[in-house]
Design a protein around this ligand. Structure first.
Ligand code: NDP
Ligand code: A1CAB
Length: 267
């Protein structure tokens, strides 16, 4: 299975890193192309992937082409490539907001298309990833695409109607989680702890907390109650956070993310 990436930016780099380090395919069976030659040169140097000088030239060399450019650019690039080059290819898009029917309109009729929403934690093999397809993706091809993304995380097959929500709670949410960890660490710095040490400790505490939710299957509020000793430190902090509308602020952030994803779809 040969895999090509159009766009070698941050998300493509995260995916290529994950795919190569999982040894799913030999590194030179991963192809990259980008208008920015420095981006592809860096990936070649670091991961020994193959570089193509254009999307069109890459297409003849790969089975699966993953567009890792912005939602406005992807249809423009695809519609500029000769129809015959898409024969026996599957097109995968990871762009926020970009819907299957918009992609289909930019491609030859009946092209198999997979829509994916990954997240940047693919770098460490911990992405939560959504997948949906159009009607022309055969089961064996879907299984191959799933295998690619399972090499960097967990894949959830979801109806396309849930993608905006998924983008908020998985595609974008790592940024919000990093912000939360950084804010905890800054609180430690304010009170006199070294930032590097505080960040490491905050990250470990959040990682352990995520593991608790995943592995115990407990409702978060049960776990919150277990941390909150009567008259103790935790409840004092919770009161202050809620006084500043922590929960509704986070929900508004998720709403804004969902709305932006819908806006990007242009529908
Ligand atoms: N970053 C993330 O965490 C996630 C991103 N995504 C999706 O991934 C896609 C890429 O995002 P991200 O990696 O953050 O963005 P980046 O800007 O880092 O990467 C996009 C890359 O594509 C290049 N590019 C632009 N136009 C062309 C073109 N015509 N031909 C070839 N390459 C081109 C850009 O070059 P230049 O910089 O020179 O313009 C850049 O290197 C988006 O659609 C986004 O929605 C999805 C989930 C998570
Ligand atoms: O910010 C963005 O638009 C992309 C999609 C999800 C994460 N990054």
């Amino acid at each position: 299975m040969k895999i090509g990436f159009i766009g070698a930016g941050k998300m493509a780099t995260a995916l290529v890193n994950g795919i190569v380090s999982s040894k799913l395919v030999p590194s030179n069976d991963v192809f990259v192309t980008d208008i920015n030659a420095d981006a592809t040169a860096k990936l070649k140097q670091e991961l020994n992937v193959s570089v193509a000088d254009s999307a069109e030239n890459m297409l003849s060399k790969v089975d699966i082409v993953i567009t890792a450019v912005g939602p406005k650019v992807a249809p423009q690039i695809l519609s500029g490539i000769k129809d015959e080059l898409f024969k026996d290819k599957t097109v995968v898009s990871i762009a926020a907001g970009l819907q299957l029917d918009t992609l289909a309109a930019a491609l030859p009729a009946k092209t198999p298309i997979v829509r994916i929403m990954p997240n940047i934690n693919a770098v460490v093999g911990e992405a939560a990833i959504a997948l949906c397809t159009n009607d022309y993706v055969e089961d064996s091809v879907k299984a191959d695409v799933k295998k690619i993304f399972e090499s960097v995380g967990t894949v959830y097959e979801l109806p396309e109607s849930q993608f905006s929500i998924f983008t908020a709670i998985s595609g974008s949410s790592p940024a919000y989680a990093y912000l939360f960890i950084d804010s905890i660490a800054r609180g430690a710095v304010k009170n006199g702890m070294n930032k590097d040490l505080a960040t490491k400790i905050a990250a470990e505490a959040v990682l352990g907390s995520a593991k608790m939710i995943k592995e115990t299957g407990e409702e978060p509020w049960t776990l919150i109650n277990n941390v909150s000793s009567p008259g103790g430190t935790t409840v004092a902090g919770l009161v202050e956070l809620e006084d500043n509308a922590f929960i509704s602020t986070v929900i508004k952030g998720i709403d804004a993310t969902i709305n932006k994803d819908k806006e990007l779809s242009g529908k």
